[in-house]
Design a protein around this ligand. Structure first.
Ligand SMILES: *Cc1c(COP(=O)(O)O)cnc(C)c1O
Length: 357
């Protein structure tokens, strides 16, 4: 196979061992003689995998007993609705830091009073707003810890006077998280912990059951906590691969090790962006994401954009074209991306600079 360096924004690159184990399980799941695609989710073998996956989430993120983790379908986008359904009674605030945050807000507005407490749209979402006041009477404050499209990130677990809810789709398992500070943490698995088709939700149990609206069975987190994510047929193959990915994270040294490696990868690439006269970063430096690194051609070199994309592609770089709302380039450095991959991109940027200057 051709040597490629994958920087896709999602679905993400997955470790080779994960892919190999998934390929084997497609043929024979745990020696049962049947494919993981056909195994009944009511068997002992499957329940073991489900339990292992739940236990790994708790172990890796040090989830306290006050919280439970569930795995569901529908994508992070359906979680926008779950959030409002389960927690919005009178009023909620959203930190509007990008397209995903905005979509979450819009979904809540369909059910009740929700507003943007601060917004960074004035500068095309290239920074995280700071210094806003959080009223004490909110049902919750919703934040998006990593803004996948714009490459900004909130890496501190803030002290929040009201229940804090976070979409961590694209930076979960990239650092230790103080779960006790959150009422809910959710996200799609496909950015950093698995394939598409499954979401994780880490829920503070005693925060549920406080809204007066009718909750459809499937949209009530309590249903899925009670039935251990098996109220209906779970996305078996996606959960299988997520579990393999968690096993890999554990074998690498857990989220503490991931944080070290992710920092090194991001620092390496940002250092090159700041050094290389052909490129500039788009996100405010203090808010730069370790997961999604966004950059564009420096002023005066804009016309070289397509040429660099072709140049990089010829050298095996995959998925570095920026999102259309930012333009330029975006390299997503999720956990399975290695320092070697990042170094290959850096070399490519240097080579291009030498060629053009
Ligand atoms: C990708 C993404 C989503 C949407 O996820 P889906 O599973 O496709 O619905 C939501 N929030 C963030 C931060 C994302 O990066």
């Amino acid at each position: 196979m051709k040597k490629v360096h994958v920087f896709n924004a999602g679905p993400c690159l997955l470790p080779e061992t994960v892919i190999n184990n998934a390929a084997a399980a497609l043929k024979d799941f745990k020696g049962t003689g049947i494919s993981v695609l056909s195994v009944s989710h009511r068997t002992k073998e499957w329940e073991e995998t489900m339990n292992e996956c739940r236990a790994l989430w708790k172990e890796l993120l040090h989830i306290p007993d006050t919280h439970e983790v569930v795995f569901l379908g529908g994508g992070a986008s359906l979680q926008f609705l779950y959030v409002a359904m389960n927690f919005l009674e009178k009023k909620a605030a959203y930190l509007d830091t990008g397209v995903w945050a905005h979509k979450a807000l819009k979904e809540a507005q369909g059910l009740g009073e929700a507003y943007a407490i601060a917004c960074s749209k004035d500068k095309n979402y290239n920074y995280i707003p700071k210094g806003y006041d959080i009223p004490a009477d909110l049902d919750y404050l919703h934040i998006t810890t990593n803004n996948t499209i714009y490459g900004t990130e909130i890496r501190e677990d803030m002290d929040c006077p009201v229940p804090l809810i976070a979409d961590m789709s694209s930076d979960i398992m990239s650092r230790p998280v103080d779960v006790s500070k959150y009422t809910l943490i959710y996200g799609g698995a496909q950015k950093n912990v698995g394939p598409a088709g499954v979401i994780f939700a880490i829920i503070r149990k005693d925060a549920l059951g406080k809204v007066s609206r009718y909750l459809p069975t499937m949209l009530d987190y309590r249903t899925h906590i009670d039935k251990e994510s098996m109220f209906n047929t779970p996305p078996v193959f996606s959960i299988y691969i997520m579990n393999e990915t968690l096993k890999w994270i554990k074998s690498m040294g857990g989220v503490e090790a991931m944080e070290r490696i992710d920092r090194e990868k991001a620092d390496t690439l940002y250092a090159e962006i700041d050094r290389n006269s052909l490129f500039v970063g788009t996100a405010a430096k203090e808010d730069r994401s370790r997961m999604n690194v966004c950059f564009v051609m420096a002023p005066g070199y804009e016309s070289l954009q397509d040429e660099f994309l072709t140049f990089a592609k010829e050298r095996g770089m995959v998925g570095i074209k920026g999102h259309r709302s930012v333009g330029g380039f975006r390299a997503s450095l999720y956990n399975a991306c290695t320092l070697d991959d990042v170094q290959a991109l850096v070399d490519c940027m240097r080579e291009f600079e030498t060629l053009k200057k």
